[in-house]
Design a protein around this ligand. Structure first.
Ligand SMILES: [Zn+2]
Length: 77
């Protein structure tokens, strides 16, 4: 959860996108943490959770997401 909050702050402070953070966990370990990149990438699909899924797939192509937990956080300011 803490990592997702950090990512949400990073998204807004860096101007990358809206205040969303996402973390993917497997076996109790954070596999990846990402934030909203809609503005930075000028890509309306670059939500935090989509970015996180894309990054996991880059690291381990075709392995799927079984046994992974995806946490998405919206920071209300
Ligand atoms: Zn989304």
């Amino acid at each position: 959860m803490e990592k997702a909050v950090e990512e949400a702050y990073r998204a807004t402070e860096g101007g990358d996108g809206g205040p969303f953070g996402a973390v993917i966990v497997r076996d109790g370990e954070v596999v990846i943490s990402c934030h909203n990149m809609v503005r930075r990438n000028t890509d309306p699909s670059a939500h935090a959770e989509v970015t996180a899924i894309r990054e996991v797939n880059k690291a381990t192509p075709y392995s799927g997401m079984c046994h992974h937990i995806l946490l998405v956080l919206l920071l209300c300011q």
